[in-house]
Design a protein around this ligand. Structure first.
Ligand SMILES: C[S@@+](CC[C@H](N)C(=O)[O-])C[C@H]1O[C@@H](n2cnc3c(N)ncnc32)[C@H](O)[C@@H]1O
Length: 177
């Protein structure tokens, strides 16, 4: 599992607990943020957890073809300006094409966001590209799918800030093939 724009790595750490059969890797360009998750992993001897400091733009150089089973995108910067569309982490030409190289067939992409623009942008991409959509809600805390308690149990740093302000959290899960 790979968490992109992981910040302090709450999903990387949270999902890794009681699951030593898989590797969990958080990716972010900001070293001071991933330090928190990396220190937790070292202190708790989590040998199946790692953090990678790099731009996500190079993600297809960091993993082999079909190596990754799940990608989590947690509270990405929404980049609403037209001239920054290339920086949106669900941009199909720039980012989804790179994820496709490393994701196993049938692999999952999970997106959690507070941002209506980014959620709707991603839903449009899914529709336009005819991508399999497994689940979507614009109010996760009201419509959490059964058996998926990790979606509300694990809260990222930014998620805490947004929920404190009363923002609804949006979530979707889709595939690329
Ligand atoms: C709004 S923060 C969310 C952090 C964390 N996921 C959370 O929910 O608390 C977005 C994060 O994405 C990272 N990020 C954005 N674009 C990136 C890129 N192209 N490569 C690597 N990291 C990126 C930023 O450094 C930042 O830590």
């Amino acid at each position: 599992m790979v968490e992109l724009g992981c910040g302090r790595g709450e999903y990387t750490i949270g999902l890794s607990e009681n699951n030593t059969a898989k590797n969990f890797i958080g990716v972010d360009v900001k070293g001071n943020r991933i330090w928190t998750g990396a220190k937790h992993a070292i202190d708790h001897h989590l040998d199946h957890v790692a953090f990678l400091r790099t731009r996500i733009d190079f993600i297809d150089h960091c993993f082999s073809e079909n190596e990754v089973s799940e990608i989590w995108i947690t509270f990405p910067d929404p980049q609403p300006q037209k001239n920054r569309a290339r920086k949106r982490l669900t941009n199909p030409d720039f980012f989804l094409n790179r994820y496709k190289k490393i994701l196993k067939p049938g692999g999952l992409i999970h997106l959690k966001t507070d941002n209506t623009f980014f959620y709707e942008y991603t839903m449009d991409v899914i529709k336009e590209r005819n991508l399999p959509l497994l689940f979507a809600t614009n109010d996760l805390y009201k419509n959490c799918p059964e058996g998926r308690e990790e979606l509300t149990r694990i809260k990222t740093y930014y998620e805490g800030l947004f929920t404190a302000k009363g923002e609804d959290i949006k979530y979707c899960c889709f595939q690329l093939n």
